[in-house]
Design a protein around this ligand. Structure first.
Ligand SMILES: Cc1ncc(COP(=O)(O)O)c(C=O)c1O
Length: 398
């Protein structure tokens, strides 16, 4: 029997040597975690790093720490189209969410929406650099400084990106990274908060110390999942999890564990981090092929600033016409390509979030248009030249 080939929507190829190194080093996890923390500090030049169970856990304690510093400010301004986890973290921190309309070509908060914020109510502006496309971080940083609003540089999807010669995740008051599935490097879980400011770091440390370590059972289950993920990410096996599990969906969920990072996973993240240039380089090369093949296609926007170091954990395109997006998505999936429609709704339209939105939240029509038109394509190391050519053909076919 010939197995159906299916290219996973996103992922990071883990080598046998990664797994062996990980398993060999599992008993000395704390040393590996110390080494990983030092590697992050060295590469990104931030003094403080906190490794937690997820980006959500990190964002939750970060927003709590920022709120302690600025009593009376209760709103977190976020892009109107972004990962629902960002909004969920603000809600978990006891704050109100204000989605801002977006500039689709930049896949970022529209400058005029940011400029319309009331700084007296705004605790933090969160830039999210979706799909590895760094947000306009220099401009957001200037605005945030001028208005005494905290800027959170959420690089969960943009680990190793750069804009204006500076690393994504290092702008503003604090940065965030994630090792969840679909991120530039992965252990299926894990997140990092970074900052330079000692006073903020002290606050973060207090929250961090109050967090439990992950339970042994959880870590064992996560390790098994990670092994399964490594094997099943291969295109000739991916049809199995693809049929059995609802992978790739990100529902709006307020319940998630907030623990520290499992030290036994540190060696695996560390091995990937040691070759981050190669991992990013392969994604960038795949993205360049897609960009060249799709450039000029009518009714199609390829977002992002080509002069930035975009890292493309997935390659995002936006159709002007939602019906065409749906038809193209179906065609790609039928053709064995793990294309996705990403987050199906703008934040303003997510039913579970409605009670937590700022009462006078403005409409976000461009965020809604992005939700209707967005399509992501895989860029990971199992994607072949033939897959890239097939993606271009299936998308541009009349
Ligand atoms: C922009 C953004 N921020 C934060 C998060 C939360 O990260 P995690 O999944 O590790 O909780 C995500 C996750 O997908 C994300 O995409």
């Amino acid at each position: 029997m010939r197995l159906p080939r299916f290219v996973a929507p996103a992922g990071t190829v883990l080598r046998g040597s990664d797994l062996l190194g990980w398993l060999r080093g599992a008993g000395t996890g704390h040393a590996a975690l110390d080494g990983l923390e030092a590697a992050f500090r060295a590469r990104y030049g931030r003094r403080h790093v906190f490794f937690l169970s997820s980006g959500r856990a990190g964002m939750t304690i970060l927003l709590r720490a920022l709120a302690e510093r600025a009593p009376g400010r209760s709103e977190v301004a976020v892009p109107g189209y972004t990962c629902y986890s960002v909004a969920a973290s603000a809600v978990r921190a006891g704050l109100t969410v204000r989605p801002l309309d977006v500039a689709p070509a930049a896949m970022d908060i529209a400058p005029e929406a940011r400029d319309s914020l009331d700084p007296a109510r705004t605790l933090a502006l969160v830039a999210t650099s979706l799909y590895g496309l760094p947000a306009a971080l220099p401009a957001h940083e200037t605005w945030a400084r001028q208005h005494d609003v905290a800027l959170v540089d959420d690089a969960a999807q943009c680990l190793d990106g750069q804009v204006g010669g500076r690393w994504s995740g290092t702008f503003g008051d604090a940065g965030l990274f994630s090792f969840d599935k679909g991120k530039n490097i992965t252990a299926l879980q894990g997140g990092v908060v970074t900052c330079d400011d000692d006073e903020l770091a002290d606050r973060l440390a207090r929250h961090f110390r109050a967090m439990p370590a992950p339970g042994a059972g959880t870590v064992a289950a996560q390790s098994l999942q990670l092994l399964a993920y490594t094997v099943l990410l291969r295109p000739w096996l991916y049809w199995l999890p693809n049929r059995l599990l609802r992978l790739g969906e990100t529902p709006f969920e307020l319940e998630y564990p907030t623990t520290r990072f499992a030290p036994s996973l540190a060696a695996l993240v560390g091995r990937q981090f040691a070759r981050i240039d190669a991992i990013t380089g392969s994604r960038v090369a795949h993205a360049a092929r897609l960009r060249a093949g799709l450039a000029g296609a009518p009714g199609l926007l390829i977002p992002g600033d080509p002069s930035a170091r975009n890292v493309h954990p997935r390659f995002a395109i936006v159709f002007a016409d939602g019906v065409r997006r749906d038809a193209t998505l179906a065609r790609l999936v039928d053709g064995g390509i793990g294309a996705t429609g990403s987050y199906p709704l703008a934040l303003r339209d997510v039913p579970g979030l409605a009670p937590y939105l700022a009462a006078d939240t403005a409409d976000t029509p461009r965020a809604r248009a992005v939700a209707r038109g967005l399509l992501t394509l895989p860029t990971h190391g199992h994607v072949t030249d033939r897959d890239l050519a097939a993606m271009v053909t299936l998308i541009t076919r009349p």
